[in-house]
Design a protein around this ligand. Structure first.
Ligand SMILES: Cc1cc2nc3c(=O)[nH]c(=O)nc-3n(C[C@H](O)[C@H](O)[C@H](O)COP(=O)(O)OP(=O)(O)OC[C@H]3O[C@@H](n4cnc5c(N)ncnc54)[C@H](O)[C@@H]3O)c2cc1C
Length: 416
């Protein structure tokens, strides 16, 4: 079959790779000149194989109150005269109950573990090198109450491989000696020994190169303008370089996907959730961590690769505004400097922002829409890299007319 994949972020690239493996003739449409140039470019770098949890949780309302009115708040809502933002926010808050959080967490951990297996398989098969590190991720806490609560929540995860080790500061320092610089900040943490880190952008470009070697055509520098619907099918995709048609279309356009779906009668509640990262050169610095770190108080993650220390975090509801707001980026920079004062050169930090394509329950939409040849593989929110390979494998099964080998319960495209 001829398949068009729209978008070459990490999600679309993985979908294209697996569709090609399933025997389809695949063309990818991407407005940038390479894969992984937008939200997949400078993210936190965590492959949360065993820690994929929805952001919507009972801690969010508490954090919103605690940090209310502060420009450096981990979660910040800039209310706009925009009904979609309000509705999305309300739906998100409804998913913050313990019951809904736990239910979604089980689905997401299942998908992330399948996705991790797929990632390891493709990494080996295609000899991908993306500065990966397989020495785990340590979640650190600044209060015993928060640590106890988090450890309690972990008990609901059924698969023992996804359970963490609860660690005190002595053990935390044995896992990551660089934390000694900030040992007074933390009481301990949860260590997920099997999670990994790496460079999502490099992963995307390496995977795109592998897909291209196998015959996937990447039409870079091509902008999708509209989907053309006739009856219950998409008959063409309108681009700035002309019309393209295919037997099936997979949409992975990140946060902008809904803008193309609405005109063809499909309304999905994906909203852009803006985040920031800072990347510091580490040459000459001796306090750079080697394990992935997640500070649960300020919600900043760090990862280290190729002479760089990356810190990422913050969530801001501000529509499609991609401006790098100094106060927000600097909050992340301050966070990493608190954790690792001699971890890298803050004066040469590169600031970046990206829009997470987020659904109100924080889980992706994977499957066929009410249009017979239009598929969605999108809405991966804060976990797009973690979930990309599993989602790609699953969508390739569905486009091929098979039942997905990966269990897609919880990710249905019509669940909202
Ligand atoms: C600060 C931050 C930290 C994060 N940390 C992590 C992490 O540690 N681990 C993790 O797993 N995830 C993380 N994420 C989430 C992850 O980065 C995203 O979920 C993921 O990148 C989404 O991938 P995507 O392919 O859906 O979207 P994108 O990467 O945005 O890809 C969409 C593509 O579609 C293209 N496109 C859009 N519109 C058009 C058009 N009209 N025509 C042609 N092309 C178009 C874009 O150019 C883009 O390349 C983080 C995100 C942020 C912002």
């Amino acid at each position: 079959m001829k398949v068009l994949v729209l978008g070459a972020g990490v999600v679309g690239t993985a979908a294209a790779y697996y569709l090609n493996r399933a025997g389809h003739e695949v063309t990818v449409i991407e407005r940038q000149n390479a894969a992984g140039m937008e939200t997949s470019f400078a993210n936190g770098g965590h492959v949360s194989a065993f820690t994929a949890r929805p952001w919507a949780s009972p801690t969010v309302p508490r954090m919103l109150v605690k940090w209310f009115g502060r420009e450096d708040a981990p979660y910040l809502v800039r209310l706009r005269p925009e009904l979609r933002q309000w509705l999305w926010g309300l739906r998100f808050m409804r998913n913050c109950t313990t019951a809904r959080h736990m239910k979604m967490a089980r689905h997401m951990v299942r998908l992330s573990m399948d996705s991790f297996e797929a990632l390891k398989e493709v990494r080996e098969r295609e000899h991908l090198d993306y500065d990966q590190r397989a020495n785990g991720v340590l979640h650190v806490y600044r209060s015993q109450k928060a640590l106890d609560e988090a450890a309690g929540g972990e008990r609901v995860i059924e698969d023992p491989r996804a359970r963490s080790e609860v660690v005190d500061m002595n053990r935390a320092l044995a896992i990551e000696p660089a934390l000694d610089q900030a040992r007074q900040l933390y009481v301990g943490g949860l260590y997920f020994a099997h999670d990994e880190t790496g460079d999502a952008h490099k992963f995307s470009t390496e995977l795109a190169a592998a897909a291209a070697r196998h015959g996937v055509v990447f039409n870079y520098g091509t902008t999708v303008r509209a989907l053309v619907r006739e009856g219950d099918r998409i008959v063409a995709v309108e681009t700035d370089r002309g019309r393209l048609s295919a037997d099936a279309v997979v949409l992975s356009l990140g946060a902008e996907g809904p803008l193309f779906l609405r005109p063809v009668g499909i309304d999905v509640p994906i909203y852009p959730v803006k985040g920031y990262s800072v990347t510091l050169p580490t040459e000459g610095y001796n306090g750079t961590p080697s394990v992935g770190i997640h500070d649960q108080e300020i919600r900043v993650v760090t990862s280290t690769y190729g002479g760089r220390l990356r810190a990422a975090g913050t969530a801001e509801l501000v529509g499609y505004d991609r401006t790098i707001t100094p106060s927000r980026a600097d909050a992340v920079l301050r966070g990493v400097m608190q954790m690792f004062p001699s971890g890298g050169d803050a004066s040469r930090a590169e600031r970046w922002t990206g829009l997470r394509p987020m659904t109100p329950d924080c889980a992706p939409l994977i499957g066929r829409t009410k249009l017979s040849n239009l598929y969605l593989d999108t809405g991966h929110g804060s976990l797009g890299w973690t979930l990309a390979c599993g989602s790609g494998r699953a969508i390739a099964d569905l486009v091929s007319g098979k039942k997905s080998e990966i269990d897609l319960t919880g990710f249905e495209v019509d669940r909202f």
